[in-house]
Design a protein around this ligand. Sequence first.
Ligand code: RTP
Ligand code: MG
Length: 224
Amino acid sequence: MFRSTIIRSARTVAFASSGARTRMPRSSLAAVAAFSAVTVSAVTYISETSQERQNHKIAMCDVPKLPVEGVPGTKYERTFLAVKPDGVQRQIIGDIISRFEKRGYKLVGLRMEWPTKEKAAEHYADLSKKPFFPGLVNFFSSGPIVCMCWEGLDIIKQGRQMLGETQPLASKPGSIRGDYSIDLGRNICHGSDSPESAKHELEMWFPEGVNDYGRVNDKWVYEK
Ligand code: RTP
Ligand code: MG
């Protein structure tokens, strides 16, 4: 379509510079000339830009590197969210990701992993004295989980609110647990509960680090 516009404008220029020019009003000629000039500069700009991109001269979304936990208290705060084995089996990974994306949060880390029992136990180490701990570890290591790092203002608290209450029966409709779960031991998703646990969990599940990248629509998500 872009190509046909260029061809059309080239034909218009040819027409304008032929004998037919005498029949065209001056204002039309000026408009044609201006349009052609814009078209030519646009073509030049686009071809230069794509050439530079091809040469990797422009990193389109480069930003300074942050620690894995981001910067708590700012729009660079980060949390660890996971789709647990039941959420994966019930095929709601896409919906969970979509809710956070639609709200405006930014996904900076994503990986599927089947946790070993040891890693599941380490993840829930703070609950190791609880009677339900063995069952929790068995469940959490029973299949792959989706590990995610999400970034944005107040993401730790807002993430927990979007997940819902630990007990699905107490979770409001509209929350993930309120929409998709009934049973305490099958509550679909995990979220860090504090900046300290976010740092600990992100270091544990993303030892390779996450992706620091700028996002083109940030100014449409945040006023400042
Ligand atoms: P999560 O860590 O998975 O995001 O859940 P949470 O913070 O809402 O709740 P937490 O107290 O950390 O408990 C971890 C998971 O253990 C199961 N649980 N069972 N039987 C019980 O009394 C009991 N209490 C907790 C839940 O599956 C909970 O998500
Ligand atoms: Mg917890």
